[in-house]
Ligand binder design. Structure first.
Ligand code: ADP
Ligand code: CDP
Length: 215
């Protein structure tokens, strides 16, 4: 069976960029599980589901058909056939996603879908619970971190019309929600190696992960 690299960490730690770079270098597939939670959230918002009501979210969580493409050079995500790659990065979805991701029925459905995509392996999988829940047997588990300020700086450099301060506040709120929820909170998995990326370039982090994979 093929290699599985599990990549977890908080928002802005570099998971997506590092995972894509590693997948590209090793000829592996790439799965962004956060995009799946965002896609579920986009659908719930479109359907007008009350996101303050976990039971309402749970009741509808089986409906959307979510399909993730796994080419690291062309990651894409579709919901009921609609390409939602753009809208899932907008503030409305970003502000709502932690509430949807906290619902156990949502997690059960998406984890099952993620395991289907992982299949026999040959993939880099990034998210919050990959090393702990989705792929606990992955031979390589990385936990990426960076200072709150560095993560906010990176995010605000990507998004137009936002400040570092506003990003730092939004990230802190999401970190708290993600690490205190009852079902599979963000935490470091058994056997994971922590990499603090604050003082390193993207290429340096990718090189370090490639070195760990080859060990
Ligand atoms: P995550 O998926 O963890 O939210 P991303 O991969 O989206 O993080 O990274 C956020 C931004 O930070 C990207 O624009 C990326 O290029 C940049 N970035 C990632 N890692 C580093 C690093 N080590 N040094 C500087 N910038 C980085
Ligand atoms: O890109 P960013 O790091 O900002 O977030 P993301 O990876 O797109 O994930 C968005 C949200 O989905 C997170 O804040 C979590 O609430 C949730 N998520 C999760 O619960 N479990 C995962 N495996 C991935 C994401």
């Amino acid at each position: 069976t093929g290699l599985v690299v599990a990549m977890d960490g908080p928002s802005g730690s570099g998971k997506s960029s590092v995972s894509r770079g590693v997948a590209r270098a090793l000829g592996l597939r790439y799965l962004d599980t956060g995009a799946m939670y965002r896609a579920m959230t986009w659908w719930m918002l479109r359907e007008g589901v009350d996101l303050a009501d976990p039971a309402a979210i749970a009741a509808r969580s089986g409906e959307p058909v979510i399909v993730a493409a796994t080419d690291p050079d062309a990651p894409a995500i579709h919901v009921d056939g609609v390409d939602v790659g753009g809208p899932i990065r907008e503030a409305e979805v970003t502000g709502a996603v932690s509430a949807v991701a906290a619902v156990p029925e949502v997690r059960a459905r998406l984890v099952a879908l993620q395991r289907e995509v992982v299949g026999a392996g040959g993939i880099v999988v990034e998210g919050r619970d990959i090393g702990s829940v989705v792929c606990p047997d992955a031979p390589v588990k990385i936990y990426l971190t960076a200072s709150a300020e560095a993560r906010a700086r990176r995010r605000s450099a990507e998004l137009a019309g936002t400040t570092v301060e506003a990003q730092q506040e939004a990230l802190a709120r999401r970190d708290t929600l993600d690490s205190t929820r009852k079902t599979d909170p963000l935490s470091m998995a058994d056997g994971a190696i922590e990499l603090d990326t604050t003082a390193f370039s993207l290429d340096e982090v990718i090189a370090e992960v490639l070195r760990l994979v080859k060990e």
